[in-house]
Design a protein around this ligand. Sequence first.
Ligand code: NAD
Ligand code: UDP
Length: 313
Amino acid sequence: MARRNLITGGAGFLGSHLVDRLMEADEEVICLDNYYTGRKENIRQWLGHPNFELIRHDVTDPIRLEVDRIWHLACPASPVHYQFNPIKTAKTSFLGTYNMLGLARRVGARLLLASTSEVYGDPEVHPQPESYRGCVNTIGIRSCYDEGKRIAETLCFDYQRMHSTEIRVMRIFNTYGPRMLPDDGRVVSNFIVQALQGHPLTLYGDGSQTRSFCYVDDLIEGMIRLMNGDHTGPINIGNPGEFTIRQLAERVRDRIQPDLALTTQPLPQDDPLQRQPVIDLARDVLGWEPKVSLEEGLEPTIAYFRERLQAGR
Ligand code: NAD
Ligand code: UDP
């Protein structure tokens, strides 16, 4: 019998790519989303397929379903969206994960939590291994998300200890690719959309802060290996290639419209200075490492946004 997968946040950026991979593997998929930052367009190709179901639901409310695996991705990921209603974001992380763990426990499903490099906050250890415990400002504007994910991880391990619930905890580092929203607010989509529209690219601060960018296909491969394997986590999944935000802006601009200006805007509060994953554990236990370089990944991402902007969608 085909495996029954619940993907929360399945209409979002990462979730919809995961839907594609599982549907292409002939598994059954229930996609659950409240469409806060997700779009039906992302999963339209599967509507009507006998293996596919779509449920509009908010994970802060419990739900009863019969499933074998829960891929728990529901949560806005862009600072612009998660800071729009920070109390809701904290509820989504805490109550959403609590409800999904309750479901996993009830039906004996395995749950994978999409956690984040943000659990490391503004790190004093660089690059960041899983053993680093992080430096998060508990009262800052990012903490609804950062602390939300930290308590979500805590809940996973307490369900494992108390109820033997099968958990997998994945710490995702900045990931980009087709299906990000043009107004998502994250840096890769912002720069591409600005360049395609002929606008200056907005560096927050002086652009010397760093991030490490993983292409979506690599990320989803790591996610599937983690779910299928025996390692509980937490485990870093990301691309160790580290760039300053200014370097990213220059690369995007040079590929699209080299004469565009870079402008500066104030650096948001608590914006981490540097971020790079140590992925030795993923290499060891999952046999995983990213394959797509930033240059290679920017190409399909730019093509996606070009088409979307031309079509006015
Ligand atoms: P996204 O915003 O595109 O997707 C999130 C999805 O969850 C959307 O479809 C949204 O509508 C849905 N959602 C939000 N709140 C919900 C709720 N209360 N109930 C039901 N659905 C809800 O973001 P993404 O980049 O695809 O991120 C997916 C997951 O991966 C998130 O949990 C995020 O924290 C995590 N993550 C992503 C990245 C990244 O770089 N993309 C990095 C670290 C962690
Ligand atoms: N950033 C920027 N210009 C933008 C959007 C973001 O310079 O238009 C910066 C932001 O300040 C941060 C980095 O890019 O230092 C990554 O931001 P993003 O929101 O993509 O992810 P996160 O900060 O959550 O890693």
